[in-house]
Design a protein around this ligand. Structure first.
Ligand code: F6P
Length: 319
């Protein structure tokens, strides 16, 4: 293999730049030519592809977002779209592609591999919802953003003796909410995988009030529903003054944590190794601190599981 491409796709995540840097540097280290595809699969179909040099990824390891930009593409889901992309890659002689993104992006990578163009998936999403890896690139940074925001909310919640419902991202997965709940000592964590009954959340708030607690924090994963409505219901039921904060896209931005930079560097480099071995249709990940790879189709057919022991622990520590 002499020429490979790299793209970022779907929702961006802090650490994607560190992964792009690792791919480019590792490829050049092995004397491959490496091409950056701009705007994800949209750019791939349009041929928005440029050669990357060592210096083109200098000074990006610490930057949030993605220098290759990202997009969600409907056209690429069609056979014609995928064919168009393959033709563009063949035009410049690319022989393999590294796709940094989440499960939607991996579906595209699996389709290209099926059509004879080898792709490797690198899990980059704040949601941590990809099986086959303990962590996805961006999760740690997003978690720390949430932790910092909730600490600040706690200050004002205490001053005003209020209850706060804080809605966090995660799509259908509860990982961000659960980890943030544990890290912030939230009274309740409400996740799609295991919904605590409304009655039990209310009972816990009332017990806290009887003990003289000055404030309460409820972390709600967006996959459960609307935080504003949940907050209204809580206020109506408990008569406690309640406010809602939807953290939104600040969770996707910011300089990647040290952990995410290292993870991205390890996974980006491994993806290059696999292409060099002539392997396609794999996803790289980290399990028990070892870099691993899995069949991408198997990963797409496996359901992500949240760590229920951590959920139990969160409940035990917030009685
Ligand atoms: O997958 C990352 C994510 O931030 C999810 O947590 C969220 O549900 C979604 O993307 C938001 O997507 P968009 O930026 O397209 O609104």
């Amino acid at each position: 293999m002499k020429k490979i491409g790299v793209l970022t796709s779907g929702g961006d995540a802090p650490g994607m730049n560190a992964a792009v840097r690792a791919v480019v540097r590792k490829a050049i280290y092995h004397e491959l030519e490496v091409y950056g595809v701009y705007n994800g699969y949209e750019g791939l179909m349009e041929g928005n592809i440029k050669k990357m040099e060592l210096g083109s990824v200098g000074d990006i390891i610490q930057r949030g977002g993605t220098v290759l930009y990202s997009a969600r593409s409907e056209e690429f889901k069609t056979d014609e779209g995928q064919q168009k992309a393959i033709e563009q890659m063949k035009k410049i002689g690319l022989e393999g592609l590294i796709v940094i993104g989440g499960d939607g992006s991996f579906r595209g990578a699996a389709k290209l591999t099926e059509k004879g163009f080898p792709c490797i998936g690198v899990p980059g999403t704040i949601d941590n919802d990809i099986p086959g890896t303990d962590y996805t690139i961006g999760f740690d940074t997003a978690l720390n953003t949430i932790v910092d925001a909730v600490d600040k909310i706690r200050d004002t919640a205490t001053s005003h003796e209020r209850t706060y419902v804080i809605e966090v991202m995660g799509r259908d997965a509860g990982d961000l909410a659960l980890w943030a709940g544990l890290a912030n000592g939230a009274e309740s964590v409400i996740i799609p995988e295991k919904q605590e009954s409304f009655e039990s959340v209310v009972a816990k708030l009332e017990r806290g009030q009887e003990r003289g607690k000055k404030h309460s924090i409820i972390i709600l994963a967006e996959g459960v529903g609307n935080g504003v409505e949940y907050g209204k219901k809580i206020e109506e039921e408990t008569k406690m003054e309640t406010r809602v904060t939807v953290l939104g896209h600040i969770q996707r931005g910011g300089s990647p944590s040290g952990y995410d930079r290292v993870l991205a560097s390890r996974l980006g480099a491994k993806a290059v190794d696999l292409l060099m071995e002539g392997v396609g249709g794999r996803m790289v990940g980290v399990q028990n601190n070892l870099v691993v790879d899995h069949d991408i189709i198997e990963i797409l057919n496996t359901k992500h599981k949240v760590n229920m022991n951590m959920y139990e622990l969160s409940n035990q520590l917030s009685i």
